[in-house]
Design a protein around this ligand. Structure first.
Ligand code: ADP
Ligand code: ZN
Length: 714
């Protein structure tokens, strides 16, 4: 498992639960996997697929994504393919043929095609080892994305009773979970539930004072980062994306009012990083596999915590720090309430109200955001301080706000509890607003008594008084402030009120500081990645993830050996892009006078330790005892090719293995020459050139030597 993890995926360790899930799956059991977005679900079926001797079928509703997913696998040297309606009959035929020849390890397919009788018949002739059902919540009417065609998947257990099923989802509600297990007829299945805590996401809620300005402020210095901005209405989406474009940002709109083509195109341009920002209604996101979304901004209040969690969840799938910022205002809350009131179905209305209330509580509360989110999914946060939300990071300082509170409360009293928040604040600030003059509220005692604070500061005080239970908002269409029993003592000066000290200015905290990597180099590598991606017609993340680029910008790898230690760089990518990447890094180092000794220092500190899996280690021990490879294979009861692959790995890890006793010097030189002619990337051309006198094993060993620059000198 570890060998494959490193070789094909370039990772050195598993994410939580992955290893157990894979083991269970290799043991032919049905499993149910519940993991948040970014939890690493795909690896759970992709890795076992490589260990099975037949094919793994991945069922996914997202046809648009299949090609990218398959490209991603191919880029890692994994034989994968997809069949969907975008292909011609001829193309499908070719794919079917290579499936029949057992040349494919992973097949992606949509459920409606899978359950066609003839396709099922075709499958029955193959050696199917696993059905992985991605987005399996689509089977449940209770989920947020019910797809009737998923119901048909119940056929799988009937037709393939022996083939294990792995159902995966990021939807955490128990009803949905039960639905999935029942409908798929999973027998005696093991349930794996990962924590829904997304540690790399930083949650912030900001009062919505001047949201456009707040967004511009946030975006400054992060022009190159990808982000999603969610709005409630199409109109806001259009307005906001146009404004951002005018301000020099590459932003595109996405909403249900656009044609299907325009939507696909905008989404595609976002994924390929031709633009950085998508401004969207919630219609956007399902099936966005882009791992490096660095921020998700909610310009308007979301309608439910569940939705908010899913939407913010699209940030930081790659595990790197990402921001989730929500702009909260009462006005938004009332807007949603207004729409809820229009609903005719009483049950639906109740549910919508409850969801809105939960959402508002979340925004107003002074409890750690993460704690509340997790509690919503029935999970408890152990640490007292999550260190990655606004509540935990910016503990609010309080001051004796009794006088400010008295001004607000008495103003509410004097206007007869008949007006809303902004009106009351206008009076406090002595506004010449026509309505105030008409109502003669410019003559009351509190008129103009609140010039010491800004409008947004007064708004914050009012919000807090509501939260503390001194005031409440009442009324359907036009919410007005009402006094609560509790404020009597404050007005009589027999009780003090401590309010949160007002913020000096509008700010949205940036959380980039402290992350120590070379941003200039990162940018250069990002540009290189984009070029490579465009050449191959794949999204940039298929080439390298941000995580990999970031590590390169910390350790400045100088050799293929060093590059191989970077997370996400498996053998295939090493061979395909190793050279260009190393050249870019070397050029950069030269231009910026980064000295080799500095680099060496950094490289030796690489946190990416190679897993010394015991089996490779055992081979090494025997090798040190001067056993021949045949003896080692015999002693360990393993195939010769396995022992060779251990040695290959050890060579690449820099273990100083000599291959002279395995491959004759003469042969080594021939193999080297062949590689120099056709590049290190593929074995086949070299094998073809050299013929049957040379085995793949010999060729691989020599290549490994060449990759770490220890080839035989002539
Ligand atoms: P999900 O489908 O659960 O949202 P993905 O399968 O897309 O998650 O994985 C999320 C990210 O984590 C991807 O960028 C993936 O390459 C990366 N990843 C998955 N497993 C590992 C691992 N063991 N080590 C490092 N990165 C991993
Ligand atoms: Zn917190």
């Amino acid at each position: 498992m570890y060998t494959i993890l490193q070789k094909y995926f370039g990772y050195t360790s598993f994410y939580p639960l992955q290893e157990d899930i894979i083991k269970e799956s290799l043991g032919q059991r049905d499993v149910f996997v519940l993991m948040p977005t970014g939890g690493g679900k795909s690896l759970c079926y992709q890795l076992p697929a490589l260990l099975f001797d037949g094919v793994t079928i991945v069922i996914s509703p997202l046809i648009a994504l299949m090609k990218d997913q398959v490209d991603g696998l191919l880029a890692n040297g994994i034989p994968a393919t997809f069949i969907n309606s975008s292909l011609s009959y001829g193309e499908i035929d070719i794919k079917k043929r290579s499936l029949s020849n057992n040349e494919v390890k992973i097949l992606y397919i949509a459920p409606e095609r899978l359950v066609m009788p003839e396709f099922l018949q075709f499958l029955q002739r193959l050696k199917v080892c696993l059905f992985a059902i991605d987005e399996s919540h689509c089977i449940s009417e209770w989920g947020h994305d019910f797809r009737p065609e998923y119901r048909q998947l119940k056929l799988l257990k009937e037709r393939f009773p022996k083939v294990p099923i792995m159902a995966l989802t990021a939807t955490a509600t128990p009803v949905v979970q039960e639905d999935i297990i029942t409908h798929l007829k999973l027998s005696d299945c093991r349930i794996f539930k990962a924590s829904f805590n997304r540690k790399n996401l930083h949650y912030q809620i900001k009062p919505k004072d001047n949201p456009y300005y707040q967004i511009l402020h946030y975006l400054k210095g992060r022009q190159k980062d990808s982000g999603i901005i969610y709005c409630q209405s199409r109109k806001t989406v259009e307005r906001l994306s146009t404004s951002l474009q005018k301000d020099g940002y590459r932003a595109l709109p996405y909403h249900a009012g656009l044609t299907a083509e325009a939507r696909t195109e905008n989404q595609e341009r976002f994924i390929r990083e031709d633009v950085e920002i998508i401004v969207a209604t919630i219609a956007f996101g399902m099936g966005i596999n882009k791992p490096n979304v660095r921020y998700v901004i909610h310009y308007d209040l979301p309608k439910s915590i569940e939705g908010y969690y899913q939407e913010t969840g699209r940030a930081g799938r790659d595990g790197l720090k990402s921001d989730c910022i929500l702009f909260f205002s009462y006005a938004d809350m009332f807007k949603i309430e207004y729409f809820i009131n229009q609903k005719t179905d009483e049950g639906e209305r109740q549910v919508a109200y409850r969801q809105l209330r939960e959402m508002a509580n979340y925004c107003e509360s002074n409890v750690c955001r993460r704690r509340l989110l997790l509690a919503y999914f029935g999970e408890k946060l152990d640490e007292p301080n999550c260190r990655s939300c606004d509540v935990c990071l910016e503990p609010k300082e309080r001051f004796d706000g009794t006088i400010a509170a008295q001004k607000i409360l008495s103003c509410v009293y004097r206007v007869g509890e008949r007006f809303g928040i902004n009106y009351v604040i206008d009076i406090l600030q002595g506004s010449k607003n026509q309505k105030i003059v008409q109502n003669q509220h410019n003559t009351i005692k509190t008129y103009g008594a609140g010039k010491e604070y800004s409008k947004s500061q007064w708004q914050a005080f009012v919000r807090e008084l509501i939260q503390l239970g001194y005031l409440r908002l009442d009324g359907d269409k036009y919410p007005v402030l009402k006094l609560q029993e509790k404020c009597r003592n404050v007005l009589l000066s027999s009780e003090k009120v401590f309010l949160i000290k007002p913020e000096e200015q509008i700010s949205v905290q940036k959380i980039d500081a402290g992350e120590d990597y070379d941003r200039l180099l990162f940018e250069r590598l990002r540009t290189l990645r984009k070029t490579l991606a465009d050449q191959e017609g794949v999204p940039p993340y298929v080439i390298f993830h941000d995580t990999s680029l970031k590590e390169m910008s910390i350790y400045y790898p100088q050799s293929l050996l060093g590059l191989r230690k970077i997370s996400g760089v498996g053998d295939q990518k090493l061979m395909k892009y190793g050279k260009v990447v190393l050249k870019e890094i070397a050029d950069y180092c030269e231009q910026h006078h980064i000295m080799p000794n500095q680099i060496a220092h950094k490289c030796s500190e690489s946190p990416v330790k190679q897993p010394k899996t015991s089996t490779v280690q055992m081979t090494l021990e025997l090798y040190k005892q001067h056993l021949t490879i045949h003896e080692i294979a015999q002693k360990r009861n393993l195939a010769l090719s396995t022992i060779i692959s251990h040695l290959e790995k050890l060579i690449l890890d820099g273990a100083g293995i000599s291959i002279d006793s395995i491959v004759a010097t003469e042969k080594q030189l021939h193999i080297q020459r062949a590689f120099k002619e056709s590049g290190l990337e593929f074995l086949n051309p070299v094998k073809e050139k050299l013929g049957n006198d040379y085995s793949y094993e010999e060729i691989r060993l020599v290549r490994a030597k060449m990759m770490c620059g220890c080839e035989k000198k002539q």
